[in-house]
Design a protein around this ligand. Structure first.
Ligand code: 1GP
Length: 257
């Protein structure tokens, strides 16, 4: 992918496909050795983008993981950082996340000041993203580690006000996050309220475990669906194409033409 073109790629493909499917890979959960076998599966299933990151990286070499994926895959690779140490020159872009649902200054400006010069030096495309944590049943790792409160799941008006403020601050994507492995996904009503108010794309992730649920999020207004946990079980790979096809609602399958 040409440098600095990932955000445009996202917008153009939303226009073409209706909505997009991003697969989240956590380097601690996916072994580097498995990538040779996995990447062709991602490509043939028409995964739109690979997000790489984790709240905590304990056992793996982040940089090596990103480099290996980039050397094998045509799919754009974007860092979804759990911390400032998750920056790599091998990626195509990085979600420059601000946890706007919280009031922890470290996640609103502190970490950004540390990461920005590094991102500039390695010429990585930053995509300013408003990360909005939504209450999802149990305390999630993202909530615990960010030391911030999620938005109550039935307070759509609060989510709308946060998302709109982020858009007015110049952010390019809104990420409604239930948290990895969430018990409950982001409510459709909240996705609908945020999507109809904001004019930037809304990403929804956390706890999505079936193509039907993914489609529900798209029908509510999500332009991007993120799934991670569900595909950490290799038995579920057979469903990957089903997920992408149901999300890419503007693309007709050959039988529908
Ligand atoms: C987590 O939204 C992502 O940051 C994906 O969540 O791992 O539950 O699919 P899952």
């Amino acid at each position: 992918m040409e440098k600095g073109k990932v955000y445009n790629y996202i917008l153009e493909n939303i226009e073409k496909k209706g909505a997009l499917f991003f697969l989240l890979l956590d380097p601690d959960k996916t072994k580097i050795e498995a990538l040779d076998d996995l990447i062709p599966k991602f490509e043939s299933a028409d995964v739109d983008l690979l997000l790489i990151g984790g709240s905590l990286i304990l056992d793996s070499d982040f940089n090596e993981f990103v480099k290996t994926i980039k050397s094998k895959s045509k799919i754009p690779v974007v860092i979804f950082p759990g911390g400032v140490e998750q920056v790599s020159p091998y990626a195509d872009a990085i979600l420059f996340l601000s946890i706007v649902s919280g009031r922890n200054p470290e996640n609103l400006i502190g970490k950004h000041v540390i990461a920005a010069p590094l991102i500039k030096r390695i010429n990585l495309e930053p995509i300013p993203t408003a990360y909005i944590l939504i209450e999802s049943g149990k305390t999630t790792t993202a909530e615990f580690l960010s030391n911030s409160k999620p938005i109550p799941r039935h307070k759509s008006d609060l989510a709308v006000a946060h998302a709109l403020a982020a858009e007015y601050l110049g952010m390019k994507l809104i990420y409604l996050e239930a948290g990895s492995g969430a018990e409950l996904t982001v409510p459709g009503e909240m996705i609908y309220a945020v999507s109809k108010t904001c004019s930037i794309p809304v990403i929804v992730g956390g706890g999505i475990r079936s193509p039907e649920i993914a489609r529900e999020k798209v029908d509510a207004g999500a332009k991007i669906v993120v799934v991670g946990n569900h595909f950490e079980n290799p038995e579920n790979f057979s469903q990957l194409k089903e997920f992408t096809s149901i999300v890419h609602y503007k693309l007709k399958t050959s039988t529908e033409v």
